[in-house]
Structures are given as structure tokens and as C-alpha cells.
Design a protein around this ligand. Structure first.
Ligand code: IMP
Length: 175
């Protein structure tokens, strides 16, 4: 299948919004210890920019979850890996995610992390898709709301491609 890309959110807009999110997090989360749990792999670019703008102390950890394979629709099942080393008991946790689409992935991760008894658990997602019938997820720190289209760039991929684009584009299948 061929495809083309249509620009959706520029690198400059992302930069400005990420700075605002970091400021907001710094203001809200003064009572450390704060842990940023970064959801692999799509949120890595966002998290790298976000964490360099957060001025309160924090530690980072990672969790891996996938509901998409080489497809542009959710597969409906979520696989969570790499949670064994997580020690967030009593910590304020912010889950850093690239995109909340159906909400299935983040809901599963929230469920998993709640078992580890953090003091608080908030979601920071760069993008929140407007999807009909999606699981209701509270995204305390939200970068942008986007329509229900498939997006790539700034860490987000289609079959592992396009993560290196500096801005976010809509991926449009040919034909
Ligand atoms: P959800 O479980 O449907 O909310 O999907 C969340 C995960 O699917 C995200 O963390 C992304 O990795 C991936 N995803 C959802 N929508 C897109 C998209 O438009 N582009 C790239 N990845 C996406």
C-alpha cells in the first residue's frame, strides 16, 4: 500500500505546547517524589523534550504496551511488558503517552500501575483523539486534541516508520 503525508501540527507548535505542559506539571507536582513513567516507544521523543523543560525533581521509568501492530487500527488487545522494575509506591506518577486513541492502552496501564500503589496517578498525553465510543480516560495534561485520523511523526510510527519527522502529519493511504 502506498501512502502520503499531510502536515497536521508543526514542530514549532509542538515546542510551544510542550513548554506549557512542562510548566503546568512543575506547578502542580511540587510535592515530590515524582516519577514520569514513559510509555514505549511512541512517547520517547515527546518525553525527551518534556522532561528537559520540567524544573522540579523527578525520576523516569518506562513501560511498554502495544495494541497496534503494523496496522492503522487498534487490535483491541493490550500487551504490557517491562513493568517488573517499576517502584512507584508512594510516588506521584505521571504517565507520559504519545496518543490516547480508543483509551484501551492507557486504561490497561493505569490498571497495572494502580496495583503498585502510587500516591497519585495522572496522564500526560501529547495527543488525544476524538474517537466515538472511546473509553473515557481523564487526561490531566493534554497537548492537542486531534480528529480521528491516523497520525505519524514526533515519535509516532506506522509500521516503525516516520518516528523521525519533526512535526506531526496525517498518514493518508493512497487510493
Ligand atoms: P489506544 O489503546 O487505542 O488508545 O491506542 C494507543 C496507542 O496506539 C498509542 O500509544 C499509539 O502507540 C498507538 N496509536 C493510536 N493512534 C495512533 C496514530 O494515529 N498513530 C500512531 N500510533 C497510534
Amino acid at each position: 500500500m502506498g501512502e502520503r503525508l499531510a502536515p497536521l501540527i508543526s514542530a514549532a507548535r509542538i515546542r510551544r505546547r510542550v513548554a506549557e505542559l512542562a510548566r503546568q506539571i512543575g506547578e502542580d507536582q511540587r510535592d515530590a517524589p515524582l516519577t514520569l513513567v514513559i510509555v514505549l516507544k511512541g512517547a520517547t521523543v515527546f518525553a525527551a523534550d518534556l522532561m528537559r523543560q520540567i524544573t522540579v525533581p523527578f525520576v523516569i521509568d518506562f513501560i511498554s504496551a502495544s495494541s497496534y501492530r503494523a496496522s492503522t487500527r487498534s487490535s483491541g488487545t493490550v500487551l504490557i511488558r517491562d513493568r517488573t522494575g517499576l517502584d512507584v509506591r508512594g510516588h506521584r506518577v505521571i504517565l507520559v503517552e504519545d496518543i490516547v486513541d480508543t483509551g484501551l492502552t492507557i486504561s490497561s496501564i493505569i490498571e497495572t500501575l494502580r496495583e503498585l500503589e502510587p500516591a497519585s496517578l495522572d496522564v500526560c498525553a501529547l495527543l488525544h483523539k476524538r474517537v466515538t465510543g472511546a473509553a473515557p480516560v481523564e487526561v490531566r495534561y493534554r497537548g492537542f486534541e486531534v480528529p480521528d485520523v491516523f497520525v505519524v511523526g514526533y515519535g509516532m510510527d506506522y509500521a516503525e516508520r516516520y518516528r523521525n519527522l519533526p512535526g506531526i502529519c496525517q498518514l493518508i493511504p493512497d487510493g
